[in-house]
Design a protein around this ligand. Structure first.
Ligand code: SF4
Length: 359
């Protein structure tokens, strides 16, 4: 029986590189993709067992693969996806076409996470994104035509040259599409991204905070539930896969740079294509957390959501009383304990609140 219920698959290719991104990826290359698929097959045969409830294919850009390669990937994953009730794939508007959508549907994919970031063409070009809002609308209509309507849109804020007005316009555009799920992340300048190398700096913290406030107000007023720091959904269309991370369940990640959490053990696969292709030993940062570290990690992840932490489950798992173990944390004025759950009233300041749970 498979004890781990959640599987993440990393596709390490993109058709072009966004200036803010330092994820593990290479520009798509047919030969490299073939070699990766071959090695990937070997990896999953050695590390996976059937029975995952959620599968998330991310990257990189899974749709950067050609049709036949995507088909091969989904074939390889077929033995593991039979029981998956949520099967998500990330897609970019430029590389998603009708044939790939039909293929995804055939293989049981039932949720799409579409990389949009903004609907402002000037901003999109300034971060090296090739699409525009018209293409996004077209691809969403195509997904719906084939019954794939569980769609999540990824957006960004605090981008260079973005203002509260252009952000509001993007939100209005996205609201007009009536998608059930929206993720929205602030720009972080990563050292190894094009922005990092060019010395571009992030927007002022105050503007970033104003943008977050605008996003929250606009989306909640329009019927979205703010269920996690960066995630909003209609009704119960939250991401089951990501919820498993926040509920501190175990998960396994395969392919380059993918992380796994199995009990107290954490490991991340190598980011190096060379090592991935040439060695059977692909785990890096393979560590075992002690009980105290797991308890803090569990609290940190759970408080990210509006449902917070299940206190009874936590106390049974770690054989402790949470209020005795964390008097300062549970006493923080932003922490609420009611109906067997503990949550943070103001997700925007969670990091500060968490300091009170640290030793
Ligand atoms: S943001 Fe997505 S599409 Fe852009 S470079 Fe990063 S992984 Fe590729």
């Amino acid at each position: 029986m498979n004890e781990v219920k959640h599987l993440y698959v990393h596709v390490p290719f993109c058709r072009s590189i966004c200036y803010y991104c330092d994820f593990c990826h290479r520009i798509y290359d047919h030969e490299l993709a073939q070699k990766w698929l071959e090695r990937f097959k070997k990896e999953i045969e050695n590390s996976l067992v059937p029975g995952y409830e959620t599968i998330y294919i991310g990257g990189g850009t899974p749709t950067a693969l050609e049709y036949d390669e995507l088909k091969t990937l989904l074939d390889y994953l077929k033995p593991y996806s039979q029981q998956a009730f949520e099967y998500t794939i990330e897609a970019n508007p430029e590389s998603l076409d009708e044939d790939k959508i039909i293929l995804m549907k055939e293989y049981g994919i039932n949720r799409i996470s579409l990389g949009v970031q903004s609907t402002d063409t000037g901003i999109l070009r300034s971060i090296n994104r090739k699409h525009d809002f018209a293409l996004i609308k077209e691809k969403i209509a195509l997904l719906r035509k084939h019954g794939l309507d569980n769609i999540s849109v990824d957006l960004m804020y605090s981008l260079p040259n973005q203002t509260l007005e252009t952000l509001q316009k993007t939100l209005d555009d996205i609201l007009s599409l009536d998608v059930p799920h929206i993720s929205i992340y602030s720009l972080t300048i990563e050292e190894n991204s094009v922005f990092g190398r060019k010395g571009i700096s992030a927007l002022d913290e105050e503007i970033e905070a104003d943008m977050y406030e605008l996003i929250e107000k606009c989306l909640t007023q329009n019927g979205y539930r703010h269920y996690e720091i960066s995630n909003f959904c209609k009704e119960d269309c939250y991401s089951r896969h990501n919820m498993s991370y926040w509920n501190y369940e175990d998960f396994i990640g395969v392919s380059l740079a993918a992380s796994s959490k199995i009990g107290s053990r954490r490991y991340t696969n190598t980011r190096s294509f060379e090592r991935y292709f040439s060695s059977d030993d692909i785990h890096e940062e393979d560590i075992v957390l002690n009980k105290k570290e797991q308890m803090f990690e569990h609290i940190m992840m759970s408080l990210r959501t509006d449902l917070g932490l299940d206190i009874d489950g936590f106390e049974r798992r770690y054989e402790c009383k949470i209020e005795e173990e964390y008097p300062q944390g549970t006493g923080n004025p932003h922490i609420v304990i009611e109906n067997g759950r503990m949550y943070c009233k103001d997700l925007a300041i969670l990091n500060t609140v968490l300091l009170d749970f640290m030793e």
